[in-house]
Every structure is written in structure tokens, then in C-alpha cells.
Design a protein around this ligand. Sequence first.
Ligand SMILES: Cc1cc2nc3c(=O)[nH]c(=O)nc-3n(C[C@H](O)[C@H](O)[C@H](O)COP(=O)(O)OP(=O)(O)OC[C@H]3O[C@@H](n4cnc5c(N)ncnc54)[C@H](O)[C@@H]3O)c2cc1C
Ligand code: FES
Length: 275
Amino acid sequence: MTDPMLPAPWRIESVRKETADTFTLALAPVNAAGPLSFAPGQFNMLYVFGVGEVPISISGNPLEPSPLLHTTRAVGVVTRAMWKLKPGDVIGVRGPFGSNWPIESTKGRDVVIVAGGIGLAPLRSVLLHVLARRADFGKVLLLYGTRTPEDLLFRAELRTWAKRRDLDVHITVDRATGRWRGNVGVVTTLIGRAPFEPKNAVAFVCGPEVMMRFVSLELRKRGVPEPQIHLSLERNMKCATGFCGHCQFGPEFICKTGPVFPHDRVKALLNVREL
Ligand SMILES: Cc1cc2nc3c(=O)[nH]c(=O)nc-3n(C[C@H](O)[C@H](O)[C@H](O)COP(=O)(O)OP(=O)(O)OC[C@H]3O[C@@H](n4cnc5c(N)ncnc54)[C@H](O)[C@@H]3O)c2cc1C
Ligand code: FES
């Protein structure tokens, strides 16, 4: 990365609709730059020209970084403008920034991935990495919850993952609709009966803050040691390089020391409403 404040032009190769409000962009560099190397959990600043720039996690496999994948929920001005873009359009990319899921410390241990809603996007990168190096880990579990079945991301992939014998996939929805015959209830309800060895497990958790608070509590109740629980936090960002202070979360700048934190480092801050 030359100038971290300068967006590089990337062309949209494809746009895949994931749900009614979520889409995945596949990007290729316009200039002759090689694939962007990144670690699972890191994010880029994506710039929709003339509209604005937003932090979005990389949802692709770090071991196969091309094309560059970002899965985004259209919630506001920039993300809605991003969704209107078409293959061939160009956007600005700065990054990658931030800390990553500490995958190296997970070798030989059980890996428990707990995702809520759009939280599966930043976790997809770590799951793909773990599956590509499957022999390095103990049991691997994906516990995923969304509001309704229609909100499930990566549905075709979820079906493929569910068929694997070396991956335990448990899905739940808050509210059953249509033909849903699976679990109903919040994602925390999956933790108590999930087949993993708590003392030997490392958990990666991403979703709404309230979900991460309760998931961490359940994991602690199951006996997962606190330093082995990792969360990815979100705050509004502008520079992503530790200058502007927009992403401040207590003493932490999420863009520099986060977004991935061990639970014990941020748990006191998570208990403060609207921090
Ligand atoms: C490190 C990091 C990684 C992220 N990864 C992803 C991702 O992979 N996919 C994805 O869809 N989103 C991700 N986000 C959230 C995404 O950046 C925001 O949804 C986006 O900035 C909203 O911008 P907007 O202009 O579309 O919405 P705005 O018009 O700014 O706001 C629309 C609504 O979203 C809320 N909002 C705005 N920014 C944030 C934010 N950062 N966190 C929480 N609420 C916000 C506002 O309060 C408002 O209610 C990530 C955020 C961070 C900090
Ligand atoms: S976004 Fe500017 S300091 Fe983090």
C-alpha cells in the first residue's frame, strides 16, 4: 500500500444479490496491481465516487484473494448508492486495514464461529481459511442466526457447508417464515448444546453488539476461557488510519487496534450503552 489515504480504482466484475438488502461485489484492480493480500477479519474503505466512503470487511478467502470480495448490507446513503453500481463500474478502494482473527493461535484447537446477520460476512473469510487448512484444527463449528430465513447470507454455500462431515453447521432464525423447519430462537440458544470442547476452543464472534454481549456470556458459561473469545466491533470511520478519532471506542481506535479484539479487552466497554 503506497498512500493509505489514496483510494485505488477497482472495477466491479460482478454483483451477486445475497438477500433483499445485501449484495456481494467481486472487484478487480483497474491498474496492474496484483491481488490485495489481506488477513481474515480485515476491512477496506470503499469509495463510491461523488457519494462517500465506508468501511466494509473483506468476505473472500485470504488464500485466494482474487477477485476481492465485499458483502454489504444497503442501510444508508453510501451503501445504497453502492448497490446501484453495475459490472464495469469503478469504485475506490483503500486498505486493507485493522486487526485480524488470530487464526495462528487456533491451530490444534476447536474453532467456534458465531455469526449474527451480516456478521457472517467478516467471518466467511476466516471460515474459508480454516476449511482450506482443515487438518490444522480440531472441531470446526458455524453457529449462525438471522431474523428470518430470508435474511440468511450465502445460502448456496451454507447448504454445501452443511453437507461436510468435518464442519458442524447450526442455523437458527428469530422468526420462522415460509417453509422453514429448522431451529427457531436467538443464536445464543445454539451454544449450550454445540459439540465442542470449551477449554480447547477459540471463538470468533460477529454480529450486533447486543448479540455479541450475550454470545460471550454463553460461551463463558460453557467454560470457554475469556482470552479465547474474539469479537469484531464496528464504529463509524473516516480515515481508517488512526488520525481522525471517529472510530474511538473508550481508549481504543477501532481502525487501529480493532476491529477484532479479545473479549477481555473490550468487555467493560461493551456494557456501556451507546458508547
Ligand atoms: C470495520 C468495519 C467493518 C464493516 N464491515 C461491514 C460489512 O462487511 N458489511 C456491511 O454491510 N457493513 C459493514 N460495516 C458497516 C458499514 O460500514 C456501515 O453500514 C456503513 O458505513 C453505512 O454507511 P451508509 O452511508 O450506507 O449509511 P449512513 O447513511 O451513514 O447510515 C445509515 C444507518 O446506519 C448506521 N450506521 C452508519 N455507519 C455505521 C457503522 N459503522 N456501524 C453501525 N451502524 C452504522 C447509521 O446510524 C444509520 O442508522 C462495517 C463497519 C466497520 C466499522
Ligand atoms: S477512523 Fe479515523 S481514527 Fe479511526
